[in-house]
Structures are given as structure tokens and as C-alpha cells.
Write a protein that binds this ligand. Structure first.
Ligand SMILES: Nc1ncnc2c1ncn2[C@@H]1O[C@H](COP(=O)(O)OP(=O)(O)OP(=O)(O)O)[C@@H](O)[C@H]1O
Length: 256
């Protein structure tokens, strides 16, 4: 079943000199699928994620999420839609430092007016899945980067969103923490059947996906699907990246 449908999507930034960041992008994400988006620096990955996640608007074309067109909603409808149906994970964690880990995780439910009982139950459930029950009362400055990103993942998933959007979630983590976060994200994706779109430059992170879509110069380049062997998938990702060229970062040195 189709969860996300991107149709003929174009984005031009109207600066002094207009810049076309995306041209005629078509893609589909199926329900429960974990899809990576890769491409050289400046190829349009974040622009694509921002438009699918409703943070930015397309110049033309359409995004449908389970049939809904979020870009056609009013600001109030859109705010509610984002809060209820989408989950976000960012490179910089975006946790509120004045709140505890537990309060950060609860935030989407607090904003939605859920009962205290329900919030407590859901926090316990999601914290257990992410192995962070023992840090729930800590402040965000008392925890490690890996724990911070697991907290951010818990916050993104607590309201059981339809779609999780992750922009370089391993970008600020060491290789061990990065691998842990990817293992948890994929485990929860399978358990909860939450469709996930991941932008990354990291081949190790991408090798956890079911499918990786490559973009270059704002257009779809190709895609590869993970078979039975993740190590082979990782090598195939590296091969496409070396063909594409133009990477800001060195390829990940982490072995799968
Ligand atoms: N708000 C903006 N105004 C003008 N140009 C922009 C804006 N945001 C992005 N761009 C340009 O659009 C192009 C695509 O940017 P985008 O951030 O989507 O690329 P990316 O593939 O995510 O890059 P990176 O891997 O470096 O994060 C780049 O050339 C960028 O300079």
C-alpha cells in the first residue's frame, strides 16, 4: 500500500538568481518501508525531505501522504497534521534543554492534550523499546549524544506517526552510537510499521534501509533495493556513491 506519493515535484528558490533545487521528482514510499535518500552535497536531499515533511512548499507538483495533500491544508490544519501524523528526527537532536528526557519525549502528547495516565504509559513503552528507561529523569545536558538521539527517536515515535522523517540522524554520533541508533530505528520501523524516510550521506546508515534512492542535481538518479545481505547492499551503495562523485564527506569508514 502506498504511503507517500511524490509527483512531478519541482522546487526553485527565488533568490536574486533563481536556483532550481529539484526537477520533476517522482517517487513512492510504501507503507512500512524504510527508504534512504542519498546524493552529493547540494543535490537536493534536504529540500526533498523538507517538502515531503511539509516544512517547505513545492514550486509545482504534489505530495500525497496516504492520499492527503498537506500542502493544500490551512496553517492550523497543517500544524495539527504534523503533530499527529509525522515524526521528526534531526542531526542536532533538537531536544529542549530545560526539560528532562521524559518531558522531551512526552512533548507531542502534551501539545495534543493527552491524559497524564496515557502519557506515562506511552513513555514507559517507548523508552523501554529504546533502552532509555534509566535516564528518563535526567536533563539533556547529562546524557550522551547516542542517548540524546534515542530520546529524539522516542519523541518522534511516541504518538505513533504515519511517517517518520530523519535528516542525517547519525551525523553527530560516533560510529558505535550511529549503528545503535540505526538498529533501533529499523527495529521500530519493522515493529510499528512506521514508514520512514532517511536523508543521509553515511553508507553505513543507508545500508539499514530497505531501499536507497539516489539523487543528483535535483533529479532522481537511480535506486537500489537491499536483498538478503546487508554487507553486499553496503558495497553496492558505496559503488553508486563513487560513480556519483561530488561528496563533501569521505565515505564512511565503518564496516557493516
Ligand atoms: N533556502 C534556500 N535558498 C536558496 N537556495 C537554497 C535554499 N536551500 C537550499 N538551497 C540550495 O538548493 C540546493 C540543494 O540544497 P539541499 O540542502 O537540499 O541539498 P543537500 O543534498 O541536502 O545537501 P547537503 O548534503 O550538503 O546537505 C543547494 O544548491 C542549496 O544551496
Amino acid at each position: 500500500m502506498e504511503m507517500v506519493r511524490v509527483k512531478d515535484l519541482c522546487k526553485t528558490y527565488n533568490e536574486k538568481v533563481p536556483y532550481t533545487a529539484l526537477s520533476n521528482v517522482d517517487m513512492t514510499l510504501n507503507k512500512g518501508e524504510f527508504v534512504g535518500i542519498m546524493g552529493p552535497s547540494g543535490s537536493g536531499k534536504t529540500t526533498l525531505l523538507n517538502i515531503v515533511s511539509t516544512i517547505d512548499h513545492p514550486t509545482s507538483g504534489e505530495v500525497r501522504i496516504e492520499g492527503d495533500n498537506p500542502h493544500a491544508m490551512s496553517l492550523e490544519e497543517l500544524a495539527l497534521y504534523r503533530r499527529r501524523e509525522l515524526g521528526f528526527v534531526f542531526q542536532s537532536f533538537n531536544l529542549l534543554s530545560t526539560l528532562t528526557v521524559k518531558e522531551n519525549i512526552m512533548l507531542p502528547l502534551t501539545l495534543d492534550g493527552s491524559s497524564i495516565k496515557e502519557m506515562k504509559e506511552r513513555v514507559q513503552e517507548v523508552a523501554q523499546k529504546l533502552g532509555i528507561t534509566d535516564i528518563l529523569d535526567k536533563r539533556t545536558y547529562e546524557i550522551s549524544g547516542g542517548q540524546a538521539q534515542r530520546t529524539a527517536v522516542a519523541r518522534a515515535l511516541i504518538h505513533k506517526p504515519k511517517l517518520v522523517l530523519a535528516d542525517e540522524p547519525t551525523g553527530n554520533l560516533d560510529s558505535k552510537a550511529a549503528r545503535d541508533v540505526m538498529e533501533l530505528l529499523t527495529k521500530l520501523n519493522k515493529e510499528m510499521q512506521t514508514t520512514t524516510m532517511l536523508v543521509t550521506h553515511d553508507a553505513m546508515a543507508a545500508s539499514f534501509c530497505d531501499r536507497v534512492i539516489f539523487i543528483k542535481d535535483g533529479q532522481l538518479h537511480n535506486e537500489i533495493v537491499c536483498g538478503d545481505n546487508r554487507e553486499v547492499f553496503y558495497q553496492r551503495i558505496i559503488n553508486v556513491l563513487s560513480l556519483l562523485g561530488g561528496f563533501r564527506h569521505d565515505f564512511s569508514t565503518v564496516r557493516v
